[in-house]
Design a protein around this ligand. Structure first.
Ligand code: ATP
Ligand code: MG
Length: 143
């Protein structure tokens, strides 16, 4: 295992539910450290680019509409095996399949509004972090 960084987003439904703190608490309890964070309203172009891999999927249009329906909270999480660990804490994409105690099982009801995003691999993590944060906005934890 290695120390990794991953990109996490609290999606517009999570921000609207006012559970930013609850979600951060799950990350922290799992040993993940926030090393950068910002709230922003995604533009349509940004949302389309971010989820570009899904462009041909039937859910692409509604996904983009959802992602721009309100502000999101983006953060870089750091820790042992951070990419996989964050995906464990998030739970399965469809909350109906998510294990109890995961963010999606506890706070989401449907697959189209599932509270959080997390990078799914080393390469995507690198690209997605750079999408939101210049290197200088990421704070190495010095203590
Ligand atoms: P994310 O990329 O948001 O972290 P994920 O990696 O678990 O989620 P993906 O397969 O990358 O899942 O899908 C991206 C997002 O598209 C999902 O989080 C969900 O919001 C939406 N999505 C995926 N599949 C469906 C579907 N069948 N119907 C509606 N929305 C879907
Ligand atoms: Mg994904």
């Amino acid at each position: 295992m290695a120390i990794e960084r991953t990109l996490s987003i609290i999606k517009p439904d999570g921000v609207a539910k006012n559970i930013i703190g609850e979600v951060y608490s799950r990350f922290e309890k799992a040993g993940l450290r926030v090393v950068a964070a910002r709230m922003l309203q995604l533009t349509r172009a940004q949302a389309e680019t971010f989820y570009g891999v899904h462009r041909e999927r039937p859910f692409f249009r509604p996904l983009v509409e959802f992602m721009i329906s309100g502000p999101v909270m983006a953060q870089v999480l750091e820790g042992e095996d951070a990419i996989a660990r964050n995906r464990e804490v998030m739970g399965a994409t469809n909350p109906k399949d998510a294990k109890p105690g995961t963010i999606r099982a506890d706070f989401a009801k449907t697959v189209d509004e599932n509270v959080v995003h997390g990078s799914d691999g080393v390469e995507t993590a690198r690209n997605e972090i750079a999408f939101f944060f210049p290197q200088t906005d990421i704070c190495a934890r010095s203590r």
